[in-house]
Design a protein around this ligand. Structure first.
Ligand code: HEC
Length: 242
């Protein structure tokens, strides 16, 4: 009977006539495709080298980054400079893969209601960010960014930092035992420095225990890593376009 069927309709038609067998064959072929697609990604992952100068976040920057995610800043701001002339002119060197090896989750984004922030670190003094977060229109007339003034009032919670660092280490970020044990102390020291700068620049006093300081620390950490700066300098010396 099979022979007759194959003769008149071909093997394919025969298999199609068996829904269960056909389903299993389809699933198997999808699985093979999946493995072929995924396997190289997992194998390659360990081979992306961190760009020289890129370090895991300090505990305070990490706290700021979590606030950035909590407040949904990434809904309006990307953190990836694309390799196009207009982006290079506006933001600086384009983003390299090795710059984000320690980012979990990454915040590259594609929505730009506001400008890209991948290179915003060092662009403004700390106080500018405090004022801008409190009321964006005080520094950027006509800005449509909403104010985040509660960050100047909210107490910064640092108690869970050791746990966060530890969890990130579990995901492959190379935090040391000492960094984890001293996370809270380390964050307080960095916060005190930034808060001192803010008041020295004529801003509000005593912000060291407020959320805004962690946010400023994080934003100021978004700089061009030395590895990228060196690459750009070398290309420019060669007379090539960036
Ligand atoms: C509704 C969209 C929107 C959201 C949400 C938003 N921003 Fe903005 N942001 C803007 C716009 C538009 C500008 C440009 C005007 C200005 O400077 O305020 C801007 C500018 C900025 C700048 C200055 C960038 C530069 O290069 O001058 C920083 C820093 C910034 N935002 C940080 C944040 C942070 C941190 C958050 C979350 C707490 C946030 N933004 C949330 C729209 C947004």
């Amino acid at each position: 009977m099979f022979n007759r069927l194959i003769k008149t309709h071909g093997r394919h038609r025969l298999v199609e006539g068996w829904p269960l067998v056909f389903t299993i064959l389809v699933v198997v072929s999808i699985l093979v495709g999946t493995v072929v697609e995924f396997a190289p990604i997992f194998l390659v992952q360990g081979q992306v080298e961190p760009t020289p100068g890129v370090e895991p976040w300090t505990p305070l920057e990490l706290a700021g980054r979590d606030l950035y995610i909590r407040e949904g800043c990434n809904n309006c701001h990307s953190q990836m400079v694309r390799p196009f002339r207009q982006e290079l002119e506006r933001y600086g060197p384009y983003s390299r893969a090795g710059e984000t090896v320690y980012e979990t989750p990454f915040l590259w984004g594609s929505k730009r209601t506001g400008p890209d922030l991948a290179r915003v670190g060092g662009k403004y003094p700390h106080l500018w960010h405090v004022r801008h977060m409190e009321d964006p229109r005080s520094t950027s007339p006509n800005s449509i960014m909403p104010p985040y003034d509660w960050m100047l009032a909210n107490e910064l919670d640092l108690s869970n930092l050791p746990d966060k660092l530890n969890a990130l280490r579990g995901l492959g970020i190379p935090y040391t035992d000492a960094q984890i044990a001293n996370a809270e102390e380390d964050a307080r020291a960095q916060a005190a420095e930034i808060a001192a700068d803010v008041s020295q620049q004529g801003g509000p006093e005593q912000l060291q225990s407020r959320e805004i300081i962690a946010m400023v620390a994080y934003l100021q950490s978004l700089t061009v890593p030395e590895g990228v700066a060196a690459e750009v300098a070398a290309t420019e010396a060669g007379g090539d376009t960036p």
